[in-house]
Design a protein around this ligand. Structure first.
Ligand SMILES: *Cc1c(COP(=O)(O)O)cnc(C)c1O
Length: 504
């Protein structure tokens, strides 16, 4: 019989922000995560589930009645954890790191706990003011020229990701130029990067309304370690100008995603200056290392760029998301991105005595991200942050040394930071390869090797194709990684190579 007296939960008993329930459930979640970190090396690093795995485990519709946190955490362990790739595992060497930390986590927690929406100064003065202060701190740690700091007329802002940072600077550059040449000429604007530049640049160009035929990925080569040369850049710019186009924006990279190549900022900026091109420096991964004096030289020339960004959420102990962007001319950003509806009007903004970060980014609402950066910098101090970065670079160097002792392998491009690109050398490929060239055979066997390694779940690496060469990327940077994990990782690579080479 249909039960009309089905129990409906009493809305007044729900209390979603009850302080004592928060304390109790919060502690359960912290305990859960502490155990996760303790055991994270026991899981296969790369998730082994098949597409659609979760649909088979979870109900097709939402529960009508409340469920206890204990039950939910139980299901997180049983249903969600198997579908995780464990970026915090000490055996994680894929892509670039997403280095977690207690300080980053707790900063995120505070920010989420307050849950303020700091679009303008008035909406939470501390959110705006802390962000400006921390960005100047960080700018000084990176020895950015004073023009990038608030104290020198520029300024920094926390974006979600590099993609957003590039898009915002590109529209600032776009509107500055279109103001001069007229908006009807948008189809003439040209955007430049190299063939190694992150796809974020192309995405930004697409969103910013750049004519798709005016997107230039200038070729790089092994002879220049896959950096963009000023000569190649100049040749492309001159040819575009000759065709009546208007060069707009260059994205130069310090530490490319495929191989951590470095574009020479000094020479590129001189060419850009000549043609009035906005230069954005994307140091998403490698920017972190530049807080160490011995790696700061990679940023030489940044004084002539217009904007600079790096991801604190990659290799800087700060949880996703946190991209640090500095610009020399904040008014260019504001002109392109500001709006001022009546419902946001307030005295401080009217008097222009404050920063309203909503005008420095795409979205209106924004998170209190500076809290986590502030906690990271204060909790570890500059000295320990440098030590942390150096330890990873040292481990990568050790890994490189191990590769050097096995003549079957080779390091494919010079290592600049804590990422090593290597492969089984084509010389090692035996057999009669008349159908494919030796290089192609090497690409195939390295791809096969990487897949069998990742399938094992013992470590996780990803690949890149650089100048037609398939390489395995070994990116050290997970917070829990120690040298013993690196040594073990090399053993795993060797064992799988033995099996593969002996069978082929
Ligand atoms: C990771 C990376 C990006 C993309 O960063 P998001 O924050 O995910 O947008 C861009 N450029 C480089 C060089 C990167 O390594």
């Amino acid at each position: 019989m249909y039960n009309h007296k089905s129990k409906t939960s009493d809305a007044t008993s729900m209390k979603p922000l009850d302080p004592e329930e928060f304390r109790r459930q919060g502690h359960l979640v912290i305990d859960f995560l502490a155990d996760y970190y303790k055991n994270v090396d026991k899981y296969p690093v790369r998730s082994q589930v098949e597409p659609g795995y979760l649909k088979e485990r979870l109900p097709g519709s939402a529960p009508n009645e409340p469920e206890p946190i204990e039950q939910i955490l139980h299901d997180v362990q049983n249903d969600i954890v198997p579908g995780l790739t464990h970026w915090q595992s000490p055996n994680y060497f894929a892509y670039f790191p997403s280095s977690g930390s207690i300080a980053g986590f707790l900063g995120e927690m505070l920010s989420t706990g307050f849950n303020v929406v700091g679009f303008n100064w008035m909406s939470s003065p501390a959110a705006t003011e802390l962000e400006s202060i921390v960005m100047d701190w960080l700018g000084k740690m990176l020895q950015l020229p004073s023009e990038f700091l608030f104290s020198g007329g520029g300024g920094g802002v926390l974006q979600g990701t590099t993609c957003e940072a590039i898009l915002c600077t590109m529209v600032a550059a776009r509107d500055r130029v279109l103001k001069k040449i007229g908006r009807v000429n948008i189809n003439k604007l040209v955007v430049y990067g190299s063939d190694q530049t992150h796809s974020a640049l192309q995405k930004a160009a697409q969103i910013a309304g750049i004519n798709p035929t005016n997107f230039r990925a200038v070729a790089t080569s092994k002879s220049n370690a896959f950096g963009l040369t000023a000569e190649a850049f100049r040749a492309q710019v001159e040819s575009d100008v000759e065709s009546g186009l208007v060069p707009l924006f260059l994205c130069a990279t310090i530490g490319t995603t495929s191989s951590t190549a470095v574009d020479p900022l000094g020479p590129l900026c001189s060419v850009a200056k000549e043609f009035n091109i906005w230069v954005h420096v994307d140091a998403a991964y490698a920017g972190s290392a530049c807080i160490c004096p011995e790696y700061r030289h990679f940023l030489d020339g940044v004084e002539n760029a217009d904007s600079f960004s790096f991801n604190a959420h990659k290799w800087f102990l700060t949880t996703l998301d946190c991209c640090c962007l500095w610009v020399k001319d904040p008014s260019a950003l504001v002109k392109a991105l500001s709006t001022y509806p009546e419902y946001l009007r307030n005295k401080a903004s009217d008097e222009k005595s404050v920063i309203d970060y909503k005008d420095w980014q795409i979205t209106l609402s924004r998170r209190f991200r500076s809290l986590k950066l502030w906690l990271v910098i204060r909790s570890y101090g500059v000295a320990n942050l440098r030590k942390f970065l150096r330890s990873h670079i040292k481990m990568a160097k050790n890994f490189e040394g191990l590769i050097g002792m096995d003549k079957r392998f080779e390091v494919v491009v010079p290592r600049n930071f804590a990422t090593v690109c290597f492969r089984i050398s084509p010389i090692e490929i035996s057999g009669n390869h008349q159908i494919v060239s030796k290089e192609e055979a090497a690409n195939n066997i390295n791809a096969k090797l990487l897949e069998t390694i990742n399938e094992s779940g013992k470590i996780y690496m990803t690949h890149a194709v650089i100048g037609g060469v398939y390489v395995m990327r070994f990116a050290v940077g997970a917070t829990l990684t120690e040298n013993r994990h690196v040594i073990l990782a090399w053993k795993v690579v060797q064992e799988h190579a033995n099996a593969l080479l002996n069978s082929s």
